[in-house]
Design a protein around this ligand. Sequence first.
Ligand SMILES: Cc1cc2nc3c(=O)[nH]c(=O)nc-3n(C[C@H](O)[C@H](O)[C@H](O)COP(=O)(O)OP(=O)(O)OC[C@H]3O[C@@H](n4cnc5c(N)ncnc54)[C@H](O)[C@@H]3O)c2cc1C
Length: 372
Amino acid sequence: MTPEYDIAVIGGGLVGTAIAYGLAKTGQRVALLDEDDRARRASVANFSLIWVQTKGLGMPEYSDWSRGAADLWPAFRDEIAALTEIDLAFTRPGGFHLCLSEAELEARASHLARINAQPTMTPLPYEILGHNAVREMMPDIGPEVVGASYCPLDGQCNSMRLFWGLHTAFGRAGGHYLSNHRVETLVASAGGFLARTDAGPIAAGKVVIAAGNDSQRLAPMVGLNAQVRPQRGQVLVTERMKPFLHYPTITVRQADEGSVMLGDSIEEGNPSLTVGTDVLAKMADRAMRMFPGLGNVNIVRTWSAQRVMTRDGCPVYDESREHPGAFIANCHSGVTLAPRHAQTLAPLIAASRVSTELPVFGTGRFDVSTVH
Ligand SMILES: Cc1cc2nc3c(=O)[nH]c(=O)nc-3n(C[C@H](O)[C@H](O)[C@H](O)COP(=O)(O)OP(=O)(O)OC[C@H]3O[C@@H](n4cnc5c(N)ncnc54)[C@H](O)[C@@H]3O)c2cc1C
């Protein structure tokens, strides 16, 4: 029997939807299988940074991959706007990582120096700036800001509009979004794969597992190894303010509509989605020391979400050796990498060339027998 779809992508978060959109553009018949509106998605709870600095320690290719993604962003923004009329609010003025003590600044400088010292690293352009140099670019910083790292490659967007834009673009490119289709089991069958979902079976010639943290459960069903874990992050959002912050920083950024996001904690081993006032208080305190003007505004929203964290923090893209045609795609920076997933990864999946073209991101790196 010929499957109804050439490819089924499992997971309608930022990663799965970007890939599904890219696949639909190549002319594939694509089904995007997703849970319902109650799903726990990292994609609707993130910080909206397009971030290059700090990527690539231990894997310089990840720095190149992220940098390439950031370079693709302007054309990607225009493509989504032309297709959907949705403005992704992309800007790329460069980004800051602010430090509140000499020790923090030294640690920051040493971290970036280590990244650039790697033999195959394309040097990352960055500067370590003292207080006065930072204040020239961001006049509203407080006296406790000792300095910062600045990288001109960094940027930001409105990630809720990215999510909406990708889903709309996918539909306009001819893709079929199937909500309420949580995949319970996945089996290789003659001529492809069968996904058993809440709403009945879906057959497809190929399958892409991009189900966030549930990839860990689904991947072994087709001979793949996901190696992802949930990592909790909390975010605070203020009421809208007059524009004052023209550069994103890694923990404080002003959204295009005026609210200021304060983030985002890194918490291991806490699977709940509750918010904790102890963590939020620390985040708010640091943000006010960075930008004292924030002390006079109201917090209007807080949330927590689970990141999809791979074992080494770098993306995982691979095709199953046991069941060719089954792919996995998981990463921690689905906002930053969205254009890469739509424009580079999707055509490689369509052509079954992921393992040959992107071997560095394969799951083989987690195989203990290959670790020396
Ligand atoms: C606090 C926080 C801040 C972040 N900040 C940034 C940032 O500034 N920049 C950046 O680039 N990234 C950031 N990220 C990371 C980014 O949000 C994620 O990389 C991205 O959202 C992951 O997308 P995903 O599609 O893999 O996962 P998810 O968004 O979790 O989506 C998974 C999807 O799979 C579906 N699904 C799950 N199981 C099944 C199943 N069995 N069958 C069918 N469907 C299923 C779910 O319904 C969901 O739609 C941040 C994340 C967090 C939590």
